[in-house]
Write a protein of this length. Structure first.
Length: 390
């Protein structure tokens, strides 16, 4: 079977152009992130850049400029104060694990941070002698220490490439995928020593489901059977919210059960039916599903509305709805939103909705769909799962 031609909805193209024009990344970098040819992205820029919308530039206020002498004196004072506070605050915090370790680990901390703080200051904070550190540094490094140092460097690189999201299980999977014979416990130990960890969730909640309506409710045809044999057999749909300085930005998503790819999405500042319809339209245009696909959602008014039911019927898609108040009936979709917020939203402060849109587009299409290793898929990405199923 030949490779199916990729389809890019207009919303995808607009967000890709906006990301290029506002992120500071080159066309090649954005194209690689989204899995595109650079010429395709440049054609979209030519066709859509005049339509791309972004935050309006604000006039720069005129302020009084201090004299060079005043600036130099103030900068010197701030540098001294900042250095003192950083040493007082960071040395005890960053060396916590080393203080519970032996001398080699403590000396290792000093060696790693000698470009940041004076050696004597760190030795004094850790209860070491500076002469002992220099004697330790003069000894040849053991083979095990060299291997651990190289492995820690690789772990840092993988962690950075995941935007800080990967913990030990996924970093271990990446290393094994590259042919590295290393145990997960060793990866966990080196990450703990180096202070490397995946992002954790910060709980925030608001209500997005309104099931108090008189529209028809579809039966629960899924019944928590989350196993599928191929893409485009079961889609899951739901909505969530993103806090910004301008108020909520709402995100509607459609997830393919087999590949765990977010095949359709839409972002708006209101929760009207249109946001769910736009996500569904993107999924249909992108995937071209055969008739008989099951579409599962909660009982929210957006999915029960006549316009949405009509769109499903026109595409030959069978609706299914969760039981009232039971989020477990749509658990994989809930899991995606949890991942999105754990790895991205809860660690950002979005000043505007436009800023949030750009960042979420980058996460969904530039990382989650294309590169993020998914535990339910055996630690491969949704894009790879889709390729294998083609």
């Amino acid at each position: 079977m030949g490779t199916r031609r990729r389809v890019f909805p207009e919303a995808f193209k607009r967000e890709a152009v906006d990301r290029l024009t506002s992120s500071g990344l080159s066309a090649g970098q954005v194209a690689q992130e989204l899995g595109l040819h650079e010429t395709v992205l440049r054609r979209w820029v030519r066709d859509l850049a005049p339509q791309a919308t972004g935050p309006a530039r604000r006039p720069i206020p005129q302020v009084a400029v201090p004299s060079p002498a005043d600036l130099a004196a103030e900068n010197a004072r701030l540098r001294r104060e900042n250095e003192r506070l950083r040493m007082e605050r960071d040395i005890p915090k960053k060396s916590r694990a080393h203080l519970r370790s032996g001398l080699p680990m403590k000396f290792g901390f000093v060696d790693e941070h000698r470009a940041v703080w004076p050696v004597r200051v760190m030795c004094e904070a850790l209860g070491l002698s500076a002469s002992g550190y220099y004697a330790w540094r003069a000894r040849p490094e053991s083979s095990r220490a060299r291997t651990n140092r190289a492995l820690t460097d690789d772990i840092r690189l993988i962690h950075a490439e995941s935007c800080g999201t990967y913990g030990a299980p996924r970093i271990h999977a990446v290393l094994r995928g590259h042919g590295r014979r290393v145990g997960r416990s060793r990866v966990e130990r080196l990450m703990r020593r180096a202070g490397i960890r995946g992002l954790a969730a910060l709980p925030r909640r608001t209500r997005t489901t309104d099931s108090r309506h008189s529209y028809p409710i579809a039966p629960n045809r899924l019944a928590r059977n989350f196993l599928t044999q191929a893409p485009n057999q079961v889609w899951l749909a739901d909505l969530t919210y993103i806090p910004t300085g301008e108020g909520w930005l709402y995100l509607a998503g459609v997830l393919d059960m087999h590949t765990r790819k977010l095949v359709g999405w839409s972002m708006r500042e209101t929760l009207h039916t249109q946001i769910a319809l736009e996500a569904l339209a993107m999924a249909i245009e992108r995937q071209r599903p055969p008739p008989g696909l099951i579409h599962h959602s909660d009982r929210g008014i957006q999915y029960a509305a006549e316009a949405y039911r009509g769109a499903l019927a026109a595409a030959g898609i069978t609706p299914s709805m969760s039981r009232k108040g039971d989020c477990w009936d749509n658990a994989p979709m809930e899991s995606f939103f949890h991942t999105l917020k754990t790895e991205r939203v809860h660690h950002r402060l979005y000043a505007t909705r436009a800023e949030a849109r750009r960042d979420l587009f980058g996460y969904i299409e530039g990382f989650y769909n294309s590169r993020r290793l998914h535990s339910a898929l055996g630690y491969i990405s949704p894009a790879e799962m889709e390729r294998r199923a083609a």
